[in-house]
Design a protein around this ligand. Structure first.
Ligand SMILES: [Zn+2]
Length: 262
């Protein structure tokens, strides 16, 4: 997603912590999942304060219905967390995200490409998989390491300049960074398992990515700027379908048949 202004403040705090540790002669600090969850929580609340929220009760119910069904299939500790879903009223923003600390954000524009509950489940499953596979955590720590290296060089030149450098780069950390292709593939595979186990039709994930591709011809969905897609994404999903369909059939047989409607 595009970095909201609030991302800057929250990630700068993390960046300053890295700088402080480095200037104090410590090794490169590692952000823990708990620290990331706390920072994410701050960011999430800031976004809720600065972005229009949807007042469409049926839309909110629909998105919560899909999310709840997926969350019920997550491994521990995620299944036991109290997930918060926010729906942002931005019809031109095709985007969605999940954060450490059990938070999901959906922009109303996503519903232009996610045409039914199963396609919406494909997006939400994919986003939550980035959290359960700790991709956000890896991403922020990778960026911290890069920053710390630059800070180290600048620290030799003078503390103030080093701090200024961190402030500048802190803005680039966090939600604005794209995931790697490897992370994308993993989120596709794991997300497909989550949605199928919840009883959503995994075949619809292919339609979803086709819709995303069509939308990108008009103007790239914001989603694609942080979720880089290779040409092989759909082919890879097709390869995963037999395993996902097995989970889907088991879910249906067990009575997990979500019926989320707007
Ligand atoms: Zn992704």
């Amino acid at each position: 997603m595009n970095a909201p202004a609030s991302t800057t403040a929250a990630t700068t705090r993390l960046g300053l912590a890295a700088a402080a540790a480095l200037l104090a002669g410590c090794s490169i600090p590692i952000v823990s999942e708990t620290e990331l969850a706390t920072e994410s929580g701050r960011q999430f609340e800031e976004m809720r304060g600065s972005t229009p929220l949807s007042r469409d009760a049926s839309l909110r119910r629909y998105i919560n219905c899909v999310t709840d069904a997926i969350v019920a299939q997550l491994p521990e500790p995620y299944v036991s967390q109290d997930w918060t879903v926010e729906v942002f009223d931005e019809p031109d923003t095709i985007n969605a995200f999940a954060m450490a600390g059990a938070r999901v954000g959906i922009y109303s524009g996503l519903l232009k490409v996610a045409e039914n509950q199963d396609q919406l489940a494909a997006v939400i499953g994919h986003e939550i998989a980035h959290v359960t596979e700790k991709h956000s955590l890896e991403r922020i720590n990778r960026e911290m390491t890069t920053q710390a290296g630059v800070i180290g060089v600048n620290a030799a030149l003078g503390g103030n300049r080093a701090t200024a450098q961190v402030l500048q780069m802190g803005a680039q950390v966090g939600l604005s960074l794209p995931f790697s292709r490897g992370n994308e593939t993993e989120a596709d595979v794991v997300g497909l398992q989550f949605m199928a186990a919840a009883g959503f039709n995994p075949r619809e994930s292919i339609a979803l990515w086709q819709n995303m591709g069509k939308a990108s011809k008009v103007g790239p969905p914001q989603f694609l700027s942080t979720h880089p897609s290779g040409d092989s994404r759909i082919q890879d999903l097709i390869k995963q379908l037999p395993a996902a369909l097995k989970l889907y059939n088991e879910a249906q047989a067990a009575g997990r048949k979500p019926n989320c409607k707007r």
